[in-house]
Design a protein around this ligand. Structure first.
Ligand code: BTN
Length: 246
C-alpha cells in the first residue's frame, strides 16, 4: 500500500531537480516532496559529473524521503528508488533492466538510467534524483540506451514517475526496520547484474580488475582479484563479462 502523501512539483525548466529539492528539504519540506522537470540546465550526475538530456525525452525527477536508516545502510534508500523504477518499467512496457553497482539501471552493458542520492543534514532526509532515458539513448559515445530503442514504446516521463512513486510507497516502510532492510538488500542482490561479473573498478587513484563476488550489508562490493579480495566502497565500474566460476 502506498503510505506516502506525494506532493509533486513540475517544471518546464530548472537548473537541477536535486538542487531544488535539497533546498526545499533544508527548509523542512516533508517526506513525499517530489520535483520533476522537462529540462535541466545544470543537471548533476555522480562523482561531480553533469547529466544532460534534451527536453522531454527522459524522466528527470528527485524524491525526498525521510526514513530512519543507520548511516552505513544509506545506500538502501537509493536502492529502493532504483528497484521501484525497475519494477515501474516492467509494469509499463515489460522491460526489466538490471542494476549496476552502485546506482545505474542497465540493459546488458548499456546504461538506461542513473541515480544521485544526497543526504540532507545529518541524515534527516535523502534527496534521491533519478534520470531515465525514455526516448533518447543519452549522449553519443557513451553507449547508452533508452526504452524506445529497447521496446519500441514511448513512455511519458510523468507516467513513469507516477508508477515509480507507487512502487516506492510499497517499499518505503522496509527502510525503517532491520528485517525490512534485509528484504530490500535481498531484492537488490537479485536485481544486481554486477555480481558474478568480471569487472574493472575505475577510481581517481587506481583501477583494478576482478570478479564481483558479494554485496556487503553496508553496500560495499567485494571483488576477488589475483592479489586477494578487495572491498570497493566507491568508484565507477565496467562490466567486462560474466565470470566463468564464482
Ligand atoms: C549518474 O548516473 O551519474 C546519476 C544521474 C542522476 C541524474 C538525475 S536527473 C534528475 C536529478 N537531478 C539532477 O541534477 N540529477 C538527478
Amino acid at each position: 500500500m502506498d503510505s506516502i502523501l506525494w506532493h509533486i512539483r513540475e517544471f518546464a525548466e530548472i537548473d537541477s531537480t536535486n538542487t531544488y529539492l535539497a533546498q526545499e528539504a533544508q527548509s523542512g519540506a516533508p517526506e513525499g516532496a517530489v520535483a520533476r522537470a522537462d529540462f535541466q540546465s545544470a543537471g548533476r550526475g555522480r562523482l561531480d559529473r553533469s547529466w544532460e538530456a534534451p527536453r522531454g525525452v527522459s524522466l528527470l525527477a528527485s524524491i525526498l524521503l525521510r526514513p530512519t536508516v543507520p548511516p552505513e545502510q544509506r545506500f538502501l534508500v537509493s536502492a529502493a528508488v532504483a528497484l521501484s523504477a525497475r519494477t515501474a518499467l516492467t509494469r509499463l512496457c515489460g522491460l526489466q533492466p538490471e542494476l549496476k553497482w552502485p546506482n545505474d539501471l542497465v540493459v546488458g552493458k548499456r546504461k538506461l538510467g542513473g541515480l544521485l542520492s544526497e543526504v540532507v543534514g545529518d541524515g534527516e532526509g535523502y534527496v534521491v534524483g533519478i534520470g531515465v532515458n525514455l526516448q533518447w539513448p543519452g549522449p553519443e559515445g557513451v553507449g547508452g540506451t533508452c526504452v524506445l530503442d529497447e521496446m519500441g514504446v514511448s513512455i511519458e516521463p510523468r507516467a513513469m514517475l507516477d508508477i515509480t512513486l507507487g512502487e516506492i510507497g510499497r517499499r518505503r516502510s522496509l527502510l525503517d526496520s532491520e528485517s525490512g532492510r534485509v528484504e530490500l538488500h535481498d531484492e537488490l542482490v537479485h536485481a544486481l547484474a554486477t555480481l558474478g561479473q568480471m569487472i574493472r573498478v575505475e577510481r581517481a587513484q587506481d583501477s583494478l580488475t576482478g570478479t564481483a563476488i558479494a554485496l556487503e550489508r553496508d553496500g560495499t562490493l567485494m571483488v576477488a582479484t589475483p592479489d586477494g579480495v578487495v572491498a570497493v566502497r566507491y568508484g565507477d565500474i565496467v562490466h567486462l563479462r560474466a565470470a566463468e566460476t564464482l
